[in-house]
Design a protein around this ligand. Structure first.
Ligand code: IDP
Length: 149
């Protein structure tokens, strides 16, 4: 089943939104496959945002992501990558749909609460950056049979 990497950014942790955001992914039907609270260092932050190196927001984004702990998670389920992006909403909160996480809780693109992989390939890369293989757990979950045929 498809996996995606979700990170609750420093603003989510500081604003006390961790539980509420996790609940959104849980209630959608995704299965939690990995989770940890971590302090991101510069090497990890720069690797995470490598595709944006050279852009004006690269350094502020790297600095910001290191400014406070983040919650790194792997969620698993049907179309997990695209579905999680829908739950999160557009990058710029002003463009995010009203019911999405960024639409509900965000005001500014630089403090947009949550990160989610934008493709299956990115998800694999990001999961490998943040988790060791043994930290991703595959297990049967009660109710799986009620989520799809
Ligand atoms: P995504 O997080 O929705 O995948 P990306 O375009 O990959 O969006 O950008 C990565 C992160 O960089 C954004 O979530 C946001 O925190 C930051 N960012 C992107 N564009 C801007 C900008 O124009 N100004 C400030 N920060 C930005």
């Amino acid at each position: 089943m498809e996996k995606t990497f979700i990170m609750l950014k420093p603003d989510a942790v500081q604003r006390g939104l961790v539980g509420e955001i996790i609940e959104r992914f849980e209630k959608k039907g995704f299965k939690l496959a990995g989770m940890k609270l971590i302090q991101v260092d510069r090497a990890l932050a720069e690797a995470h945002y490598a595709e944006h190196r050279g852009k004006g927001f690269f350094e502020p984004t790297v600095t910001y992501i290191m400014s406070s702990p983040v919650v790194a998670m792997v969620w698993q389920g049907k179309n997990a990558v695209a579905s999680a992006r829908q739950i999160m909403g557009s990058t710029k909160p002003v463009e995010a749909s009203p019911g999405s996480i960024r639409g509900m809780y965000g005001l500014d693109v630089s403090r947009n609460i949550v990160h989610g992989s934008d493709s299956v390939t990115s998800a694999e890369r990001e999961i490998a950056l943040y988790f060791k293989p043994g930290e991703i757990i595959d297990y049967p979950k009660v109710g799986d049979e009620w989520l799809s045929e």
